[in-house]
Design a protein around this ligand. Sequence first.
Ligand SMILES: NC(=O)c1ccc[n+]([C@@H]2O[C@H](COP(=O)([O-])OP(=O)(O)OC[C@H]3O[C@@H](n4cnc5c(N)ncnc54)[C@H](OP(=O)(O)O)[C@@H]3O)[C@@H](O)[C@H]2O)c1
Length: 332
Amino acid sequence: MSTYKAINLIARPEPGPITPKYFEVVEKDIPKAEPGQLLIKQTHMSLDPAMFGWMSPATDSYIPPVELGSVMRSSGIGEVVESNHPDFAAGDRVMGMLGWQEYALSEGQGINKVQAPLPDETVLSIFALPGLTATQGLFNIGKPKAGETLIVTGAAGSVGSLVGQLAKADGLTVIGVAGSDEKCDWIVNELGFDAAINYKSGNLSEQLDALTPNGIDLFFENTGGPIQNLIFERMNNHGRIVVCGMIADYSKAEPSPGPNWIPLIKKRITVQGFAMPDHFHQVPELLAKLTPYVMEGKIKHRSHILEGLESAIDGLNLFFTGENKGKLIVQL
Ligand SMILES: NC(=O)c1ccc[n+]([C@@H]2O[C@H](COP(=O)([O-])OP(=O)(O)OC[C@H]3O[C@@H](n4cnc5c(N)ncnc54)[C@H](OP(=O)(O)O)[C@@H]3O)[C@@H](O)[C@H]2O)c1
């Protein structure tokens, strides 16, 4: 019988980089699909910052942590190689929470067929979590209006790059915040953002003043970090702050203090956090909103491909160093 590899989470990460000591790589026999089951050979696995939360012991989050000793949680795309399930056939291309493993046995829950004739990288970069998150956060929470000014942090990332392009397509002035000159250049010159700020450069206050002469109406927050306070100070009356992510704090023992709340009252600002699992029942309508922008050629993306299952472990650190250029995907 032939075998496949899987990676189990065996310890809760401490603050700092992710290392192999938190995982065990195991070799298992490839199983047979029993009645009601399908066997999927995974081809592309998505890496997401949400994994830091899933690995933590916190039980008060929107989803339970991954149990120690079990396969690390992740979404991915693969091909059905054997099916004893009435809804799936061998050869179907499918997507779902397949985990850090080369093969996944499933009873079909949460597994969806991928019909779109698009490369796997494009599906994972746009039509999976990044695009759903950008669409939900921007349109349903941020409620953008043409002529407004939007600022998005993590602007060259999977979610942020989509948020900025969608807002630009709808007639907003879009400023992106990213962590390198290369990323700033990409979002302005390739994606069409109006301007970008490298948050690792100096004079952030002066740069923000120069780029937002009419203040900021919509702040799509993906990162946190010191620029958060500077953006907050420039919010307009009735501004909206969409809190999608706070990656600057994910590996810290103590999160940073946030801005003072008095301006929320004076300026009647709305701050709303959200987590996509609350909105998975809205996927058809989110895709219906997103797809026309893609079909009209208004959305570009880039994927950062790592090779082989074990590359996922060190790959997670790229989110913190910012070395990921686009959607992080592991090709199996
Ligand atoms: N609420 C939800 O349901 C939901 C769903 C999906 C994602 N998210 C969140 O959205 C955010 C973006 O996710 P993504 O998948 O699109 O990841 P991503 O932006 O493609 O990758 C993460 C990026 O964060 C930036 N970063 C890392 N440390 C930072 C720091 N200290 N300060 C500022 N920026 C830092 C890095 O870019 P630079 O080079 O620019 O620093 C890195 O490339 C994450 O916080 C994630 O948790 C939330």
